[in-house]
Design a protein. Structure first.
Length: 203
């Protein structure tokens, strides 16, 4: 046991919290001590919520967004424009775009972007399922809403090549989103405008 901690149980809990992104050992200790001060029912509810999430969460079989059902609420909604699909890197991007309330189409979550340095290639992403959605004929526009990094641009270019033989319009967010920015950190007004003012994709 590290002499810094008076209890092995405390040390183990802190070490687990410190594995979370953006959580250092000091923040982890503060969180664990906070939980320790709560009543047992509160801590059990916290733990059970995380365990239940891991065991029971589903991924939409259409767009791969997180869902409680086989098809997510967005894909199942009769109010959404099924002819437009916005391609995003991850689930956080769906949440960021939905928060703008400026987009009424559907999504396609790739689960990452092409990054050879990280060992992520096209086969590691949900690209084939996107091509299949377009091939079905209902999709008229695909909007690339990927980060404007080299990896994001590479991914958009790869997908555009895969879609070149289909009669589908390709668009990209207007450059209100700064180069290299992650969508989740872009303010809602800027992101909303970039969706409304999207431009044709130029490969």
């Amino acid at each position: 046991m590290n002499n810094q901690y008076p209890s092995l149980l405390l040390e183990r809990a802190v070490n687990e919290f410190a594995k979370l992104p953006g959580v250092g050992s000091k923040t982890a200790l503060r969180l664990v001590l906070h939980l320790l001060q709560q009543d047992t029912a509160t801590v059990e509810a916290f733990g059970n919520a995380v365990i239940d999430l891991k065991h029971n969460v589903k991924y939409c079989r259409v767009c791969h967004n997180i869902s409680d059902t086989e098809v997510c609420n967005i894909c199942a909604s009769p109010k959404r424009d099924t002819s437009t699909v916005c391609v995003v890197q991850n689930i956080r991007d769906v949440m960021a775009i939905e928060a703008t309330q400026q987009y009424q189409g559907l999504y396609h979550v790739l689960g990452g972007i092409i990054s050879p340095m990280d060992g992520v290639g096209p086969k590691n992403l949900e690209i084939d399922s996107l091509i299949n959605r377009v091939a079905s004929g209902e999709v008229k526009e695909v909007i690339f809403a990927l980060s404007t990094t080299m990896e994001g641009d590479t991914t958009s270019f790869y997908i555009s090549r895969r879609l070149k033989d289909y009669p589908v319009k390709l668009s990209v967010l207007a450059r209100g989103v700064s180069v290299g920015d992650e969508l989740e950190y872009t303010d809602e007004i800027t992101l909303g405008r970039s969706i409304i003012n999207r431009t044709p994709y130029q490969s």
